[in-house]
Design a protein around this ligand. Structure first.
Ligand code: ZN
Length: 190
């Protein structure tokens, strides 16, 4: 199994543990902190997900501190600073998998569809999601279609980043997408 598949498999198994209610990561303690402090971090996956408090990536994937590198923004959109964090993760930490994780009932997607232009810096988030909504105007389930499109759009933006693109060409990084069911707790990979 290659590194990317291995990383994906770890997340899938972690989400299965979360669904079953038998979490492993609860056993994290002083000795493991000590080890992380000495050896540094070597996360297996980089997760770009929404800031929504119902979608905590460490918990829904049952991961320990040190396991996943996380970038969180409302609506799981990326800007220059988020891309900088991603570049750091794939280049310096050699993370083989970047997973864009959207979710059902996303407030940022809802605000975009309901035409709340957003004020202040929130407008920048709405403006990022808007093209995904416009692609699906008239759809029977615009919320779901816009959510999925927004995940794909963030994936594309990350893939276009020069550092990420170079690593993809070398077969060292993969950018994947998935969606979390707020009610079910299940993560469905695209
Ligand atoms: Zn959200």
């Amino acid at each position: 199994m290659n590194l990317t598949e291995d990383a994906k498999q770890k997340l899938i198994l972690g989400n299965e543990r979360y669904l079953s209610g038998r979490l492993h990561a609860e056993g994290f303690g002083a000795r493991m902190r000590e080890e992380l402090a000495e050896k540094g971090q070597k996360p297996g996956a980089l997760i770009v997900c929404c800031s929504d408090s119902r979608v905590p990536p460490e918990i829904i994937f049952d991961q320990y501190p040190g396991d996943i590198f996380v970038v969180r923004t409302a609506g799981n959109v990326v800007d220059e600073i988020a891309l900088g964090s991603i570049e750091y993760g794939v280049e310096h930490l050699s993370i083989p998998l970047v997973l864009v994780l959207g979710h059902e009932n996303c407030g940022a997607v809802k605000a975009t569809i309901e035409g709340e232009g957003g004020h202040g810096a929130v407008k920048a988030i709405i403006d990022k999601i808007k093209p995904s909504m416009e692609k699906h105007l008239g759809s029977a389930d615009i919320y779901e279609d816009c959510t999925d499109e927004n995940i794909r759009s963030t994936m594309e933006e990350i893939r276009k980043n020069a550092a990420v693109a170079a690593l993809i060409r070398e077969g060292r990084v993969e950018v994947a997408g998935a969606k979390y069911g707020i009610r079910s707790g299940k993560v469905c990979f695209f």
